[in-house]
Design a protein around this ligand. Sequence first.
Ligand code: TXA
Ligand code: MG
Length: 337
Amino acid sequence: MTVLKVWNIHESELNTDQVLQSLNQIAQALKSGEVIGMPTETVYGLAADATNDEAIQKVFQAKGRPGDNPLIIHIYDISQLDAFVTQIDKKAQRLMDAFWPGPISFILPLKPDVLSEHATVGLNTVAVRMPKHPVARAVLQHADVPIAAPSANTSGRPSPTRAAHVSHDLGDTIYGVIESEISEFGLESTVLDCTSIPFRILRPGAISHKQIETVLNESIQIDDTHSDKPVSPGMKYQHYAPHQQVSVIRDWETIELPKDVGVIAPATVKQYIREDVYFIALCEDEFAYQEAGQNLYHALREMDNSTVNEIYIHGFNKNDDTVALNNRIFRAAGIKS
Ligand code: TXA
Ligand code: MG
């Protein structure tokens, strides 16, 4: 059994000698094929050298990830793209200028024979993201190779938004984890396919379809996840799910709560909930979407570890800012929204 290495690195201490020493250690480990939990502004990722086949296989093994589900490649500078992407369309370039570094991944045409084929699962496209989290950026800069990083959870479980989630799921199998702040957004990046016309959202995230359309000044598509053949391989698997049955509730005033149910909802809902019910406040009120996104996976994990038999979770009003949040909530309930 390996002993999990833990580095504690926070944004404010990035230039201290001690942190620089840790960053060099992390970069060396990545370059020699180790896999490491890394904070990003969306969720914690499991970082590995995307050009190293063995490292990529470790990622799939550690997560128990199906072999046909490609990884997102992380970069810190746009100049790194040339090595493994054949061309960047002008519109994609405009979106990169607008949203990178940040919580959006772009699917681009892949230049063959540079990245591990396991990372891209033999496709002729590749998903790329430039995160904005300063610690992630420092790691990527020190390693100076494209870094594959899926969410650092066991496949099917809620994504990790804290280092403790990573060590809980993968602590026995990975080399180390970088402990840092709670992930700012708490939901995975928007995935936008820039190889189709029009561009198409394969996974909703913090950057909304309206924001993308505003930059492009034209309409884009949203993938119909009800179709039998999902275009983003990852979206066909069950996701974000605790072991209990999950139901989505919109009207709390009239609902009859069964025994041993757990409730995840805005704090303002608590007044309608019996005293004996395990209640986790997701956010201040039903409009605090960002706070809800940040806390969702932690709340699902807390419920998962509790003795409740069933989970009732709040469904948010439908609008441009709640698409990603509701998508994850409905998926936790096994419903594709
Ligand atoms: O926010 C995020 O994106 C996080 C952090 C760590 O960066 N990463 C993440 O990775 O969520 P993962 O592996 O959990 O999700 C990647 C998604 C999957 O649904 C996968 O199928 C899709 O991106 N994907 C990757 N490459 C693709 C490609 N070439 N074509 C279509 N979908 C792709
Ligand atoms: Mg994932």
